[in-house]
Design a protein around this ligand. Structure first.
Ligand code: R5P
Length: 292
C-alpha cells in the first residue's frame, strides 16, 4: 500500500506517521506560466494506492488530489482509494434559489468521473449526496471519536442545533453507554450565513448538555444554540462538530459563549485556541486501510 497526501491534507502527516502510516513521496512544481506539475517518487505499480485530500472552500484544492490520482492510475496502481476528510460544497447540493445550481453534486460527479476504486468521505453534510452516490461512497464518522473523548464525563442531554439534523444527535446518543436524552432546536436561516435559534424542544435545566453539529463555519448556529440552552437553564454546555472551518470572527464569537469546551476534529487544519479541543482523525485512517 502507498499513501500520498495532497496539500489539503498535509497537516495530517505527523499524526498519520504516529499511527504507523508511511507517507509516499512526490515532487510538485510550478512551470513558468503557473501550471502545476507532479511526479511520484515511489513505485506504485501493482500496489494499492491511497490518496488523502480535502475539497476546501478554495476550489483549487481539488486539483492536486485529482492529479495525484491520475499519476497513480497511469503509473500502474492496482487500485486507488480517495479519502476526502472534508468535502466542501456539500452545502450547495441543490439550488436554494432560482438561478442557482447543484454545485455539490457537480463536485461529486467530477470525483466519480476519475473512477477511484473507493471513495471515502467523513461526515458528509448532505443527505442528497449520500443517497445519490451510494454505493460509490463509503462514509466514515468522527462521532465515535467525539463519544470516546466524552466517555469520562458524558453529557445528560444531546442537543441537535437544527431540527433537520436530529438523526446525527440520535446516532451520537446511541454511542454513549449512559443513554443521554435528546433535545432539538428549531433553527431558521433568514439569509446565508445568518442563523437564528427559535425554540428549544426538550428539558436541559440543570443538565450537562452537548450540542452536536457536523461543522462550525461562522459559528453562528452553535453560538445561537448555546445561548438558547443557557437561557433554558443548562448547567454545563459543550459543543462538538466534525469539521472546523471557523470563518471570519467564528473563534471570537465562540470564545465569548458560556460554554465549557468545544470539540472539533482535524479533518481541516486547526490552530490551538482557548476552550477548543482538537481530536485526531488519523487513527480512522487505519479503518480505511482495513476496508475490503
Ligand atoms: C447546517 O446547515 C450545518 O449543519 C451547520 O449547522 C452549519 O453549516 C454551520 O454553519 P455556521 O457555523 O456558519 O452557523
Amino acid at each position: 500500500m502507498k499513501l500520498f497526501l495532497a496539500d489539503s491534507a498535509k497537516h495530517l502527516k505527523q499524526n498519520l506517521k504516529k499511527v504507523g502510516c508511511e507517507i509516499g513521496k512526490y515532487d510538485s512544481y510550478v512551470f513558468a506560466d503557473g501550471e502545476r506539475g507532479y511526479r511520484l517518487r515511489e513505485n506504485v505499480r501493482g500496489k494499492s494506492v491511497v490518496i488523502i485530500g480535502s475539497i476546501l472552500p478554495n476550489p483549487e484544492s481539488l486539483f492536486p488530489t485529482m492529479a495525484l490520482h491520475r499519476l497513480a492510475v497511469e503509473n500502474g496502481a492496482r487500485e486507488t482509494t480517495l479519502v476526502i476528510p472534508y468535502l466542501g460544497y456539500a452545502r450547495q447540493d441543490r439550488p436554494a434559489r432560482p438561478g442557482e445550481g447543484s454545485i455539490g453534486i457537480m463536485v461529486m460527479e467530477w470525483l466519480q468521473r476519475i473512477n477511484p476504486s473507493k471513495l471515502i468521505l467523513f461526515d458528509v453534510h448532505s443527505d442528497l449526496i449520500r443517497k445519490t452516490f451510494r454505493p460509490f461512497v463509503t462514509e466514515l464518522s468522527a462521532l465515535p471519536l467525539i463519544a470516546d473523548a466524552l466517555a469520562k464525563h458524558p453529557p445528560h442531554v444531546i442537543v441537535s442545533p437544527d431540527a433537520g439534523f436530529i438523526s446525527r444527535a440520535q446516532k451520537f446518543q446511541k454511542l454513549l453507554k449512559t443513554k443521554p436524552s435528546l433535545a432539538m432546536i428549531d433553527k431558521v436561516r433568514p439569509k446565508p450565513n445568518v442563523a437564528i435559534a427559535k425554540q428549544l424542544h426538550g428539558d436541559v435545566r440543570g443538565k450537562d448538555v452537548l450540542i452536536v453539529d457536523d461543522m462550525i463555519d461562522t459559528g453562528r448556529t452553535l453560538s445561537q444554540a448555546a445561548k438558547l440552552v443557557s437561557q433554558n437553564g443548562a448547567h454545563n454546555i459543550r459543543l462538538a462538530a466534525t469539521h472546523g472551518i471557523f470563518s471570519g470572527e467564528a473563534r471570537n464569537r465562540l470564545a465569548r459563549l458560556p460554554v465549557k469546551e468545544i470539540l472539533i476534529t482535524n479533518t481541516l487544519p486547526q490552530i490551538r485556541s482557548p476552550k477548543i479541543r482538537i481530536l485526531d482523525i488519523s487513527p480512522l485512517a487505519l479503518d480505511v486501510l482495513a476496508l475490503p
